[in-house]
Design a protein. Sequence first.
Length: 138
Amino acid sequence: MNVVNHVFPSPEQFQAFFGSAEDGPFVMVNLLKFRDKAAYEDGSEPELSGREAYNRYGVEVAKLVKALGGQIRYSGAVTGLMIGEIEEMWDAVALAEYPSLAAFQKMALSPEMHAIEHHRKAGLAGQLNIRTKPGPGV
């Protein structure tokens, strides 16, 4: 399994994700890797860590998720790996529940999201977003 973190989806990933059929609520697993130091495009706030910059985004995005009828189910620091191997461990995990793909897309493309996106970009070295569907799974 090849694992490559990114900050933004490729055009192909974006199209495949939002082009899929609507199938109701889902939970997004966010595996987050922070920069050591925040990297704002304008060079501001060089004293912030990547985690601190991302937390600014996290506080505001939680409000957006709640406003569309979703919720942040869990967020926490990664503290260890029990099974498997990976070159570099993620720093944090967040689980966000969304009522629908349409609601997620509306939020992702909203002016409110655009206004906070710079904190996410400044804080993240990369991430994986994994869409999951409630149900038996295994």
